[in-house]
Design a protein around this ligand. Structure first.
Ligand code: ZN
Ligand code: FE
Length: 258
């Protein structure tokens, strides 16, 4: 993370078998926010190591692997989630919707509806410090499965995320990157950016390091789900004359069978 956005610190917390939660901390105010709560213990450990106390918890969507730790962490903490999902989320202290701007850890945080994986899935964008918390919408070299939304909804959500400032760091919800990379190579075997990125991914995983967060700049050049409107990729799929949504749907369908 760039130093000029001090006083914000970011900590990635591996949870369960392949989830990530994130801690955002403001060194000046002492505020600490958690994004998603897959399970309490590793988050409590990370807080203890840093000496931080939670002030806010941001929830991206209702799936158990993003909320099951909430009950054990929420005492005295402000819990924020989508109004659209409130009926199936734990009790929320603040309900937010697309376009809302809330202050978290002393920085403006923009709420984006990124439906597709679920309806009502939200992302949180902090323009300064250039962080976006995307959970199971845009993922490192991938995107979430379409459990509830249509390909058109997910493609629209991914285009909104792609339009964020190019220096944005994407904090996504799972360590699925190696499998995503193997799939991406089947579509895009000659993409030099993809090939060099995969070398980095393989090295990181061999060393037990997370591949999340990732850089939006790199995602735009290597993530096939962000490139459904790329003429070269369309041609490679034999879909040169198809709509962007149809190409996105085909890529998602191939990944589901991969
Ligand atoms: Zn999910
Ligand atoms: Fe998930």
């Amino acid at each position: 993370m760039p130093d000029d956005f001090a006083p914000i610190d970011l900590v990635v917390v591996p949870c369960l078998s392949d989830n990530y939660a994130f801690l955002v901390h403001n060194r000046d105010t002492g505020e600490t926010a958690l994004v998603d709560a897959p399970e309490a213990a590793p988050i409590q450990d990370a807080l203890r190591v840093k000496g931080w106390t939670l002030t806010d918890i941001l929830i991206t969507h209702h799936h158990p692997d993003h909320i099951d730790g909430l009950a054990a962490l929420r005492d005295g903490v402000r819990v924020i989630g989508a109004a659209r999902d409130a009926h199936r989320l734990p009790d929320l202290d603040v309900q937010v919707a697309d376009g809302d701007v809330i202050e978290i850890c002393g920085v403006d945080t923009h709420v984006m509806d990124v439906s597709g994986h679920t309806i009502g899935h939200i992302a949180f964008h902090m323009p300064e410090p250039e962080l976006a918390f995307t959970a199971d919408s845009l993922m490192a070299l991938g995107c979430g499965r379409l459990f509830e939304g249509t390909p058109a909804q997910m493609w629209e959500s991914l285009q909104k995320l792609r339009a964020l400032p190019i220096d944005t760091i994407i904090c996504s919800g799972h360590e699925y990157t190696e499998s995503n990379a193997r799939f991406a190579l089947t579509l895009d075997p000659d993409n030099p950016d993809l090939i060099s990125r995969i070398e980095g991914i393989t090295a990181a995983r061999a060393a037990g390091r997370p591949t999340v967060p990732s850089a939006l700049d790199e995602e735009t050049r290597t993530n096939p789900f962000l490139r459904a409107d790329d003429p070269g990729l369309k041609t490679a799929l034999g879909m040169a004359d198809s709509s962007d949504v149809d190409v996105f749907a085909e890529i998602r369908a191939r990944k589901d069978k991969f």
